[in-house]
Design a protein around this ligand. Structure first.
Ligand code: GAL
Length: 681
């Protein structure tokens, strides 16, 4: 198969094109409302709703006493109106009777405090009692609905680990010990991996090991890292247990909703992704970030990476404001469409919202919804109808794949390790550098595949490795092999510093990449808060410098002033048939844009639309028989996109398409005769 023109790969859902839907919580409403709900869903074109996500207390009013009558009625109504169900197992939040009877299932915080019920997800992921109850419910739900005609997808729990990812209770401690015994086999191996010769921490047996609870000073970094790995695995095993119960009774695909976002980092989704029949993400525009739409694009690219490049599902997003930021901003005109099309451009073939009807009661009553409090006589409802039409117009892109020549190596474990305490500068935050590099590539009009550590990089011209603090030998070798074979790499400061045990790689930084980069760093020289240094090419740098001694690399830019005055700041090293670039500081935006432009040119990567301004986002999705160019204009001026073909949202055929400021265009590329009338309307 030609990699650049793959066959279509459809989500295993009973949909023709892009699925459209939302979370539907009919249990919050009287029965009379349900008929109106399904009628309006039909009117809007909603064809997939998540039900029974928080249904446990409704279905199992007392232990073992299951009552599906209401949910039956809802499922039947949905089916009668052509709406499919993304059916929750309902296990995400236990009913009060369960936590009252079993307070030992409640999670415990790092400081020993017990987390009370009253919100949601107040359960310890390692609790056998909770697991037993949850699997019993899952079994009942599966038995009851396995053959229901509305069922399209099983939705395990909800956002596993959103609130309870790390539990420090005694039951978790025992599970942690079992996990460690599995990983290390002998306590001596654990002692070596954790470096327990330091501070008199040597363990005599696994029984002495604890989770990294609050202590008198600083925690052992490898203990902390392993606890995060364990905690991610623990919830994955929870998912697997529920999925196994479902799969025993049904062939319908199983998934759960990931949280690939800027503020949650508790799951290592690289290890989770292969367990999903459909990769699904929940993503909300985060107006607290400096560039919220750059983060939307990044999260979508990560999710596509998790789906191994195949289409994925946006399980939750919001039409307007959320209710959990400090100031919950409404979306600006056109912002919702640009956000959704950004997700679709980057591989989403299902677009669903939290939630269908805005709640009247409960903690989320001021969260936007497809059907707002005001009802259908509202701008919100008009928006919903518009979104339905927009997604309809994009139906034909479903199953196509995104084209990218650049890979960005991203890793949750490196994130955990990088952001630990006790480092040279706590101003270095992994995600800041990852976001900055991704955003710079996007501003250059280049599409990026986000890839896992150790991934085969042969399909890419350039691999970008931002601040990959922790790296194992396999991953370092994959980057090296990519360059040796003729590729390019761009690696930024504080990469390759520790191995998978969080132990420093000695003999000069950046340990794992030293030979590839042809440099030897013997001291970190981080900058003070607000301190800036200049490079001899005019770039302003902050946060970080280091003493770089070239060992074969050519110096591309030097520090002028600051603690590394006169030393190398940017280097390029020929290695095998390729070359590796190193950046030993944090660039300002213009400097980063300039450098990324140079590296892209060196790698032979050209933007899809070279004349597009930096504020215009361009992505191409292709299949064997078709190619679609997505143009999303976040800027304040119109842009004329030179893409011959039919623009899907307006149905216009032309060689030049006007993309209004704040607007978008999706063009099916078609060869048009040169004398064809240009239509830039
Ligand atoms: C998600 C969650 C939904 C809802 C939504 C609000 O984290 O899965 O149930 O709470 O956020 O934005």
């Amino acid at each position: 198969m030609d990699e650049r023109h793959p066959a279509r790969h459809r989500l295993p859902l009973p949909h023709r094109g892009i699925a459209f839907g939302g979370d539907y919580n009919p249990e919050q409403w009287p029965r009379q409302t349900w008929a109106e709900d399904v009628r309006l869903m039909q009117e809007a074109g909603v064809d997939l709703v998540a039900v029974n996500v928080f249904g446990w207390a409704e279905i199992e009013r007392s232990p073992g006493d299951y009552d599906f009558a209401d949910l039956d009625e809802v499922m039947d109504l949905l089916h009668a109106h052509g709406v499919h169900a993304n059916l929750g197992t309902g296990t995400s939040t236990p009913p009060p009777w369960l936590t009252a009877a079993h307070p030992e299932t409640l999670p415990v915080a790092r400081d020993g405090g017990v987390i009370s019920p009253g919100g949601r997800q107040a359960w310890c992921p390692s609790s056998p009692v909770m697991r037993e109850h949850a699997l019993r419910l899952t079994g009942e739900v599966a038995r009851h609905y396995a053959d229901h005609p509305a069922l399209a997808l099983w939705h395990v729990s909800n956002e596993l680990g959103c609130h309870n990812a790390l539990c420090f209770c005694d039951v978790s401690a025992q599970a942690f010990r079992r996990w460690l015994a599995d990983r290390y086999e002998t306590v001596e191996a654990l002692n070596t991996a954790w470096g327990t010769a330091f501070w008199s921490q040597r363990y005599g047996s696994f029984d002495e090991v604890l989770p990294p609870r609050r202590n008198a000073s600083a925690t052992n970094p490898t203990q902390e890292l392993d606890f995060r790995r364990f905690s991610s695995d623990e919830l994955l095993s929870w998912y697997d247990a529920e999925a196994a119960v479902l799969r025993e009774r049904s062939d319908v695909p199983v998934t759960t909703n990931f949280m690939v976002t800027a503020h949650i980092r508790t799951q290592d989704y690289w290890t989770w992704a292969g367990h999903m029949d459909v990769v699904a993400n929940d993503h909300y525009v985060d107006h607290r970030l400096a560039d919220p739409h750059a983060e939307v694009a990044f999260a979508a690219d990560v999710t596509r990476g998790l789906a191994a490049g195949n289409p994925w599902m946006l399980m939750e997003t919001s039409t307007g404001a959320v209710n959990w930021q400090h100031r919950n901003l409404a979306k600006a005109p056109g912002e919702l469409e640009r956000t959704l099309v950004t997700h679709v451009a980057r591989g989403a073939d299902a677009v669903c919202f939290f939630q269908w009807r805005a709640s009247r009661a409960g903690a989320e009553r001021f969260h936007s919804a497809l059907l707002p409090h005001a009802g259908t006589d509202s701008t919100g409802w008009e928006t919903t109808l518009r979104v339905g039409r927009l997604l309809d117009a994009l139906d034909e892109v479903a199953g196509t794949r995104v084209e990218a020549e650049v890979a960005l190596l991203f890793d949750w474990q490196a994130w955990w390790a990088c952001d630990e305490d006790g480092h040279p500068s706590s101003d270095v935050r992994y995600l800041d550098e990852v976001h900055a590099m991704h955003a710079a590539l996007r501003r250059q009009g280049v599409v990026v595949d986000v890839v896992r550590p150790g991934a085969d990089l042969s399909a890419y011209r350039l691999v970008v490795v931002p601040t990959l603090f922790l790296v194992d030998d396999t991953t370092a070798s994959a980057v090296e092999a990519h360059v040796a074979a003729g590729g390019r790499a761009l690696i930024t400061y504080l990469s390759g510093i520790v191995d998978e045990h969080d132990h420093v790689r000695t003999g000069g930084y950046p340990g794992a990449f030293r030979t590839l980069l042809g440099v030897h760093v013997d001291e970190f020289l981080p900058l003070d808060a607000g301190e800036e240094v200049r490079l001899d090419d005019g770039t302003v740098a902050t946060l970080w410098t280091e003493r770089v001694r070239p060992r074969g690399a050519r110096v591309h830019a030097r520090f002028t002033g600051g603690p590394s005055d006169g030393g190398a700041a940017v280097t390029r090293h020929r290695h095998g048939r390729g070359a590796a670039w190193y950046v030993a500081t944090r660039f300002d935006e213009p400097g980063r844009d300039r450098l990324v432009g140079e590296v892209l040119a060196d790698a032979g990567v050209a933007p899809i639309l070279p004349d597009a301004p930096r504020t215009v986002d361009v992505v191409r999705r292709v299949a064997d028989e078709a190619s679609y160019v997505f143009v999303v204009n976040h800027g304040t001026s119109d842009y004329l996109a030179p893409v011959a073909g039919t623009e899907l949202t307006r149905g216009r055929r032309a060689r030049l398409h006007r993309v209004a400021a704040g607007g978008l265009a999706v063009v099916r590329q078609e060869p048009l005769p040169t004398d064809d009338k240009e239509d830039a309307a």
